[in-house]
Design a protein around this ligand. Sequence first.
Ligand SMILES: [Zn+2]
Ligand SMILES: [Zn+2]
Length: 125
Amino acid sequence: MLLQKCPFKGCGARITLLTYLGKDELKRDIALVVCSQGHQSVAPFTIPVDEADGLFTPSELFPPPKGQWFRTPGDSKILIGCPGCGSSGPVAEPIHHIESDGTVVPSWTCPYGCGYHQFIRLKDL
Ligand SMILES: [Zn+2]
Ligand SMILES: [Zn+2]
């Protein structure tokens, strides 16, 4: 399931914080989630990549343009060109984990505060 609402019984409030914990024995992605009411739950989640409008293409340019990603030479950090404001922000370890298909978990929030917040995937990683 895509985890958007608080799984706490009878709550259903919006998830405000999602921290990726790893995989369970069924190979599902597990996250620690906190809702706007303050409930903490550990729950499985999946990212429906088709619904993610954060699909980023590789860039040769530094800083990467909007909607593109760039790997810095040397330290191999991934930078994202924010589709909202055009600033470039990092896909930061240990906050983010990048799956082999380029899916970034948890969701990415623009560090410059423009409000861009999406599940993203890096194309041709
Ligand atoms: Zn809740
Ligand atoms: Zn931004």
